[in-house]
Design a protein around this ligand. Structure first.
Ligand SMILES: Cc1ncc(COP(=O)(O)O)c(C=O)c1O
Length: 479
């Protein structure tokens, strides 16, 4: 070969080094190396759109390769759209061959969680260090071995039958849900279920329409998902018996967290459970039940799902985000018959969200009893943590009450009126990450504002919990 690289400057008027030698170490012969070198030059912007390339003969002579090698390389790149060849004007870099531009990213603050506060008591995640790696791995292996070949083709948007059958049995047994596999649609978690039900903005479709009644305190992220879908949310006040469902008005749907109001922590009173179902029957409406942490009750057996009262009036939604991990992105919707087709249509023709091998692994995890074992283990762990928190407060800050039932992965500490902002500031100053009740308040509610801290006691790993509680007690406002 005459030269390992050729300077095309004289030929095309630009300062270009075509580094063939470097590319020769890659797969294929000289033709493949030349194709890669030219593609790289175009992609990197060193050969600009419209630039003429040297005739085959001269480039071949410069590179010491056969003329056909150059001709073939040009032809290949013309076929791929990088170059154009026109009678009379030779071969040029195609106009649409956009050079690679370095991605311009607006500088973003690293998420606080990635940097990690000293003591992380934010609600929202289970103890990630307790993910059952071995049992999940075993389920995954078994599921892959048992899966028929068709499982690795495009997925059915309803979800794998193995998982829907496993969930039918599990949800009936553990949550009192009355269903059958044909009414379960697998999704990638609660937020995804909301998007399927209400659309995701613009032409995003949706099965239900707003306005939607919601609890006056709830997850702002979910309110944002609904706002993006163009759904107006109407706040229902809360009292010691849960959401004031007697205040439901002209809405046709209501979103509730009946087992454990998020975030204030009470269950929906039995009478109100009946009232809301009666309301749905009378109005032809529907209750959307967010059963985000229904398995975690520490003082008694969990109250069954509201869906059990009327499977035709309640859409029950759950996910593994609290029980296993929010990273798995697996959840389920248990639907009244009349919504199944519309939800499947909203999902599309193929499964585009929930990985099928993960669905099969979850099915095995449930059927093999690993899910029950894991939930039991985590229930004990979180109960101990809640007890430790309550005991530490009784000892060091007896003027601060813990409200809500002994359940779930978070607790609300009631603060003296007006002290929430300063308590949050003090916590941040001392490296304790948590949120105030105010962050969860619906912007339009006229419910009196209560001051409080929402403490996610599941978040830290086991070894870090005692120090986190100690740090929390140290930053609480004095009596
Ligand atoms: C109130 C509430 N609902 C539902 C979920 C579950 O959301 P997802 O299934 O989208 O992870 C969470 C968060 O874990 C939550 O806090």
């Amino acid at each position: 070969m005459a030269e390992s690289w050729v300077n095309l400057a004289e030929r095309i008027g630009s300062d270009l080094h075509l580094d063939l030698q470097a590319e020769l170490s890659g797969p294929g012969g000289r033709r493949a190396a030349l194709i890669r070198a030219l593609r790289e030059a175009v992609r990197g912007g060193r050969l600009a759109p419209g630039t003429p390339l040297p005739p085959y003969r001269s480039l071949a002579a410069d590179l010491g390769v056969a003329r056909n090698t150059v001709a073939d390389a040009y032809a290949e790149l013309v076929a791929e759209g990088w170059l154009t060849a026109r009678q009379g004007s030779g071969t040029r870099v195609a106009d649409r061959a956009e050079p690679l531009r370095p991605a311009v990213r607006t500088p973003r603050k690293a998420p606080a969680r990635a940097r990690g506060p000293r003591h992380d008591l934010r609600q929202g995640t289970p103890d990630a260090s307790a993910f059952p790696r071995a049992a999940w791995g075993a389920s995954y292996r078994r599921a892959l071995q048992a899966a028929p070949s068709e499982a690795f083709g495009p997925g059915d948007p309803a979800g794998r039958p193995e998982l829907r059958e496993a969930l039918t049995e599990y949800l009936a047994r553990a949550r009192g849900v009355r269903t059958e596999p044909g009414r379960i649609v697998v999704c990638s978690g609660f937020a995804h279920a909301l998007r399927l039900l209400f659309g995701h903005g613009q032409s995003g479709g949706g099965v239900l329409r707003g306005p939607l009644a919601v609890e006056a305190y709830g997850l702002d992220f979910h309110r944002q998902v609904l706002a993006t879908a163009g759904v107006r949310t109407v706040p229902l006040p809360l009292d010691e018996h849960g959401a004031r469902v007697d205040r439901l008005g002209r809405e046709r749907a209501v979103l509730l967290t009946p087992a454990h109001q998020f975030p204030t922590g009470g269950p929906l009173h039995a009478e109100r459970r009946a009232t809301v179902v009666d309301w749905a029957r009378a109005r032809g409406g529907v209750v959307v039940e967010d059963d985000y942490d229904g398995e975690f009750r520490y003082d008694r057996k969990p109250v069954g799902a509201l869906q059990g009262l009327d499977p035709e009036r309640v859409i029950h939604i759950g996910s593994v985000s609290k029980s296993l991990s929010p990273a798995l992105r697996l959840g389920w919707m248990v639907l009244p018959e009349r919504y199944v087709d519309a939800v499947l249509a909203a999902k599309g023709e193929r499964e585009a969200w929930a990985s099928v091998p993960d669905q099969l692994a979850l099915a095995d995890f449930v059927v093999s009893g690993s899910y029950d074992r894991h939930v039991r283990r985590m229930r004990q762990r979180y109960r101990r943590r809640r007890d430790r928190l309550v005991a530490a407060l009784a000892a060091h800050a007896p003027h601060i009450g813990v409200t809500g039932i002994a359940a779930g992965l978070h607790a609300v500490l009631r603060l003296p009126p007006g002290s929430e902002p300063s308590a949050l500031k003090a916590a941040a100053w001392h490296g304790v990450a948590l949120e105030g009740l105010g962050a969860f308040r619906h912007p339009e509610t006229d419910m009196p504002v209560g001051d409080g801290l929402v403490v996610g006691y599941a978040t830290p790993p086991e070894h870090a919990y005692a120090a986190a509680v100690e740090a929390l007690c140290a930053v609480l406002p004095p009596p």
